[in-house]
Design a protein around this ligand. Structure first.
Ligand code: ADP
Length: 449
C-alpha cells in the first residue's frame, strides 16, 4: 500500500479521497490554489501545499507543480479525482515517468478508451452494443451521407476526441449533415487539436444508463451494476439513481456484463464508467467511457456496500480486486441530487460568497458528501457544485420519501442553491413515475418558464 497520496483536486471529491485514504491508513496530502486557502477539506489532510493562483490553469492544471508537490511531500501516488487532469493521458504518463503511481488507468488504456472511435471499435469486439454509424472517422463526405441515409436521419456528427459536448452536431437531413461535418470538424480541431469526426444514429427520447466497472492489474474486471442519470440540464446531470428503474433484469445483466468485458479487453486498471443511451424498447447504445471516478459514484456505493474510491486505491497499489462478480449483490434503491450554488429562479446563475446558514439533514439512509459549512466562502473560480445529498431505501418510493424529507431539513443561505429545484423534481410525476428521458427537465423548465 502507498505511504502518502497527493490529491490533485479540491472540494467534496478531495474530502472523499481523504476519507478513503484514512480507511486504508494512508496519509493524505492536499494541494490548493490561492482561492482555496481556507477550503475546509484542507485541514483534514496531513500536509498541504499552495500550488498557484485561483485560475485552474495556474494551479490545479499545472502538471509540473503537482509533481513537485508530490516530491516535496514524499507522496508515492496521486489521486486525480474527477475533472481537472483526471482524464489527461499525458499527466498519467508524466506521473509514471516520475515513479509516482497515478491512481487510474495506464496512459495507454486511457488513450484507447478516450478516443471515441477506437473505443467504439473495441466495444464492437467485446460485444458492447454501440450506435450504428460510420466505422471510423469521415474521410469522404459522400460516403458519410450514404451511411446516414442507410441508418436513417436524424444522425449526430461527433468528434473522436470529444468532451464536454463540443464538436457535436445533430443533422436531420443531408444538407445539415454536410454543413454539420464541416463545422464539427472545425470546432473539434480548435478544441482538441484533432478534427476527426464520425457519424452515428441520433436517438431522440433516450434514457441515460451507465455501468460502473472496475478492473485490476491481474486481468480481473467486474461491474457494480448501473445508474440512471436521465435528469439533466444542458448535459449536466442533476439527479442520479441506482438501479435504473423498470429495466428488464436480463437485459440489464447482459449490458453490464458487456461493459465489464470491454474494460477487461482494454487491460484497464481502476474505475471506469461505460455510458449508454437506452431507447423505449430497452435497447442500449454505448456513448463513451469515462476513465475516472464519477461524481455520482455514491449511489453505487449505497446499493453495493463497496467503497469505490478505496477500491481504486487498492488496485492502483497492485492489489487484486477484493471481490468477484458473484459477491456483488445490490440491495435497495439510492438517489443522489447535486447541490449546486446556482439560482434556479435566475437562469441558474452561479452564486459565489459566504455561506451563513448550513443546517444538514440526517437520519437512516442519508449521506451528505460536501466540503461546505457555515462560514465557508464559495470562490467564483470553480464548478458550482457544493455537495451531493444521497439517500438509500429499500425501494425507489422509500428512497424518494427519504429524499423529500432530507431536502426539507437541508437549509443553506443566504446564497441560492438547487435545493428548491430538487424538491420540485421529487414531486414531479415524470420523476416519481420513472418516465424520465434526458430532455425531460429542460422541457419542463421551459414549459413552466
Ligand atoms: P461528451 O464527451 O462531449 O460529453 P458524449 O458522447 O458523452 O459527449 O455525448 C454528450 C451528450 O450528447 C449525451 O449525454 C447525449 O445527451 C448526447 N448524445 C451523444 N450522442 C448521442 C446520440 N447518438 N443520440 C442522442 N444523443 C446523443
Amino acid at each position: 500500500m502507498f505511504q502518502r497520496i497527493l490529491i490533485a483536486n479540491r472540494g467534496e471529491i478531495a474530502l472523499r479521497i481523504i476519507r478513503a485514504c484514512r480507511s486504508l491508513g494512508v496519509s493524505p496530502v492536499c494541494v490548493y490554489s490561492v482561492a482555496d486557502k481556507d477550503g475546509p477539506w484542507i485541514e483534514q489532510a496531513d500536509e498541504s501545499i499552495c500550488i498557484g493562483a485561483a485560475a485552474s490553469k495556474e494551479s490545479y492544471l499545472r502538471i509540473e507543480r503537482l509533481i513537485a508537490a508530490a516530491e516535496v511531500t514524499g507522496a508515492d501516488a496521486i489521486h486525480p479525482g474527477y475533472g481537472f487532469l483526471s482524464e489527461n493521458a499525458h499527466f498519467a504518463e508524466v506521473c509514471r515517468d516520475c515513479n509516482i503511481t497515478f491512481i487510474g488507468p495506464s496512459p495507454e488504456a486511457m488513450g484507447l478508451l478516450g478516443d471515441k472511435i477506437n473505443c467504439k471499435r473495441l466495444a464492437r469486439q467485446s460485444g458492447t452494443p454501440v450506435f450504428p454509424g460510420t466505422e471510423g472517422g469521415i474521410e469522404d463526405i459522400d460516403e458519410a451521407a450514404k451511411i446516414a441515409k442507410e441508418i436513417g436521419y436524424p444522425v449526430i456528427v461527433k468528434a473522436a476526441a470529444g468532451g464536454g459536448g463540443r464538436g457535436m452536431r445533430v443533422a436531420r437531413d443531408e444538407v445539415s449533415l454536410r454543413e454539420g461535418v464541416g463545422s464539427a470538424k472545425q470546432e473539434a480541431l480548435a478544441a482538441f487539436g484533432n478534427g476527426t469526426v464520425y457519424v452515428e444514429k441520433y436517438l431522440e427520447n433516450a434514457r441515460h444508463f451507465e455501468v460502473q466497472t472496475i478492473g485490476d492489474r491481474h486481468g480481473h474486471a467486474v461491474h457494480l451494476y448501473e445508474r440512471d442519470c436521465s435528469s439533466q440540464r444542458r448535459h449536466q446531470k442533476l439527479v442520479e439513481e441506482a438501479p435504473s428503474p423498470g429495466v428488464d433484469p436480463r437485459k440489464r445483466d447482459r449490458v453490464c456484463e458487456s461493459a465489464a468485458e470491454l474494460i477487461k479487453q482494454a487491460k484497464y486498471c481502476g474505475a471506469a464508467t461505460v455510458e449508454f443511451l437506452m431507447d423505449q424498447k430497452q435497447e442500449f447504445f454505448m456513448l463513451e467511457v469515462n476513465t475516472r471516478v464519477q461524481v455520482e459514484h455514491p449511489v453505487t456505493e449505497m446499493i453495493t456496500g463497496i467503497d469505490i474510491v478505496q477500491t481504486q486505491i487498492r488496485v492502483a497499489a497492485g492489489e487484486p480486486l477484493p471481490f468477484s462478480q458473484k459477491d456483488i449483490k445490490p440491495t435497495g434503491h439510492a438517489i443522489e441530487v447535486r447541490i449546486n450554488a446556482e439560482d434556479p429562479n435566475r437562469g441558474f446563475m452561479p452564486q459565489a460568497g459566504l455561506i451563513e446558514v448550513f443546517t444538514v439533514p440526517g437520519g437512516p439512509g442519508v449521506r451528505l458528501d460536501t466540503h461546505a459549512r457555515a462560514g465557508y466562502r464559495i470562490p467564483s473560480n470553480y464548478d458550482s457544485m457544493i455537495g451531493k445529498l444521497i439517500v438509500h431505501g429499500p425501494t425507489r418510493d422509500a428512497a424518494i420519501a427519504r429524499m423529500r424529507q432530507a431536502l426539507k431539513e437541508f437549509r443553506i443561505g443566504p446564497i441560492h442553491t438547487t435545493i428548491p429545484l430538487h424538491q420540485r423534481i421529487m414531486e414531479h410525476p415524470e420523476f416519481t413515475g420513472a418516465n424520465m428521458d434526458i430532455h425531460w427537465v429542460e422541457r419542463w423548465l421551459k414549459a413552466t418558464g
